[in-house]
Design a protein around this ligand. Structure first.
Ligand SMILES: Nc1ncnc2c1ncn2[C@@H]1O[C@H](COP(=O)(O)OP(=O)(O)OP(=O)(O)O)[C@@H](O)[C@H]1O
Ligand SMILES: [Mg+2]
Length: 466
């Protein structure tokens, strides 16, 4: 689709030259369709986003879609199908589903993506945790018949692919079989040696006692009483020993019978760090507790989808948004190059999700999304949270009014003139910079918003008449 939306009219042209020059967002004219709306609270970011969205939703067809990530439940425009995400509603997506694309998909890519996703939260995984998680995931996929070298296995039905809960259960089982299992054989062996020693000492003591009594000497009864109390009678100890021997023999046999692949020792060494394994179980359980990482996609009945994520904690909001953005980017890339807009992605409070790293999905979409038909529309309270790279890659920047204490920073970061900032009046006059195809480095312009246009023109006419 080609999208056109009138923001308003050029203030300077109207005031100084008496001309009405419309300032229009035109996806065909701009070097990319991305937008950043920045302004302090209450300056009208959500309002402008809604106007843009109302316009865009008129153009949406079966080939295109809008995904709105709404952190304040402010952007549920009429045409949108709204879904709330929480542990209660239970809607979500499974981040472990393998991407079947021959070039960008596969087991190892999925594992790397998942680890990267987990590392976008506040607490990063340590080196040992990452290595162990990688092994666990490879083994879990393999158990389900999905392996890196079998490209056909990447297309396995969704319900047969593992979930985070499966990964937790798998990790727990590995702890039990490799750690606890061998631990209990070792514990039994220790008990056996203790009993054998006890029996031997008791027997020696008994022999000494009998020898002394034959010779008519007094016997140190205290010692034997103490030993007896400590370890029970020789008969008792022997009976315990028999039982324990039998149990341990069985365990050994089970262990030996369990040697099927010849890799058991490797498995043991891979998963031998109980602390690392348990810390992974804990971490995965926390992630899973959000209730949004199951394969239970929400029942959207429109291509205009509003994802309400206000009930999720900050880390889960991030995980969710990154996961969805990666999926949208992947789908768009798999569909190939286009000059049309096929996907509109809307991020309110975008600074929350923004990271400087260039492999962050928001930066990737800002840089490469245009080629694949993705328009990224972000709103944020400050333009200074964004990297130079992101700002360069966003063709349309709209400043709706920022507090004067941020003006110096805005002048430096955005190369906006102080005059433009002074002319800005929230909800009436904004500053807009648009990079058009074939045009040189654009300047910010003061733009009278469409909602204020007639009032503004009337004021000018009055001024002229006076
Ligand atoms: N151009 C406008 N014309 C008329 N009313 C407007 C305009 N822009 C915003 N408003 C109104 O001003 C109020 C605040 O706007 P809005 O909620 O869009 O601000 P915001 O920048 O998103 O704030 P926050 O950062 O707190 O989310 C709303 O009631 C909105 O309807
Ligand atoms: Mg808002």
């Amino acid at each position: 689709m080609r999208l056109q939306h009138k923001f308003g009219i050029d203030q300077y042209a109207a005031k100084q030259q008496g001309k009405t020059t419309e300032v229009i967002y035109d996806s065909d004219a701009m070097i990319n369709p991305h937008v950043l709306l920045a302004g302090s609270t209450g300056t009208g970011k959500s309002h402008q986003l809604r106007e843009l969205l109302d316009r865009a939703s008129m153009y949406i067809d079966g080939d295109s879609s809008i995904d709105i990530f709404d952190v304040h439940a402010e952007l549920d425009i009429g045409q949108a199908s709204v879904v709330k995400y929480s542990a209660q509603t239970g809607y979500g997506y499974n981040p472990l589903i393998i991407n079947p694309d021959v070039h960008s998909g596969g087991v190892l890519n999925s594992i790397n993506n998942f680890i990267r996703l987990v590392n976008t939260t506040t607490v990063q995984l340590g080196t040992k945790q990452q290595a162990t998680l990688r092994y666990l995931m490879i083994d879990l996929y393999a158990e389900r018949g999905i392996t890196e070298d079998n490209v056909r296995s990447w297309r396995m039905a969704y319900e047969k692919q593992p979930s985070i809960q499966d990964l937790i259960d798998f990790t727990r089982t590995k702890v039990l079989t490799t750690q606890f299992g061998t631990d209990s054989i070792a514990t039994n062996v220790q008990s056996i040696t203790r009993l054998v020693k006890g029996i031997r000492r008791s027997k020696l003591h008994e022999a000494a006692r009998q020898k002394l009594s034959v010779q008519g000497h007094a016997v140190n009864e205290d010692l034997s009483a103490e030993e007896a109390a400590d370890q029970g009678s020789v008969e008792e100890m022997e009976s315990q020993l028999d039982k324990l021997n039998e149990k341990t023999e069985n365990m050994f046999q089970l262990f030996l019978k369990g040697l099927k692949t010849g890799d058991e020792l490797d498995v043991f060494f891979k998963y031998n760090n109980k602390e690392v394994m348990m810390s992974l179980v804990e971490r995965l359980t926390t992630i899973n507790s959000a209730g949004i990482f199951n394969h239970n996609p929400p029942p959207f009945d429109s291509n205009v989808r509003c994802h309400e994520i206000m009930s999720l904690g900050d880390d889960f909001q991030k995980l969710f948004v990154y996961m969805r953005l990666e999926a949208i980017f992947r789908e768009a890339r798999d569909r190939g190059h286009t000059s049309e807009i096929r996907y509109i992605v809307v991020l309110d409070e975008a600074h929350k999700f923004f990271k400087d790293e260039s492999d962050n999905i928001i930066n990737i979409i800002a840089k490469e999304g245009r080629k694949f038909g993705i328009a990224l529309w972000c709103a944020s309270q400050s333009p200074t949270h964004f990297s130079e790279e992101f700002l360069i890659n966003t063709a349309c920047i709209v400043l709706l009014g920022i507090h004067s204490s941020y003006w110096d920073m805005a002048v430096k970061r955005l190369r906006i003139k102080l005059d433009n900032l002074k002319w800005t009046k929230p909800k009436k006059v904004v500053s807009i910079k648009m990079q058009l195809k074939g045009a040189s480095d654009p300047q910010f312009r003061s733009v009278v918003l469409a909602s204020y246009e007639s009032e503004f023109l009337a004021e000018i006419a009055q001024g002229r008449a006076a």
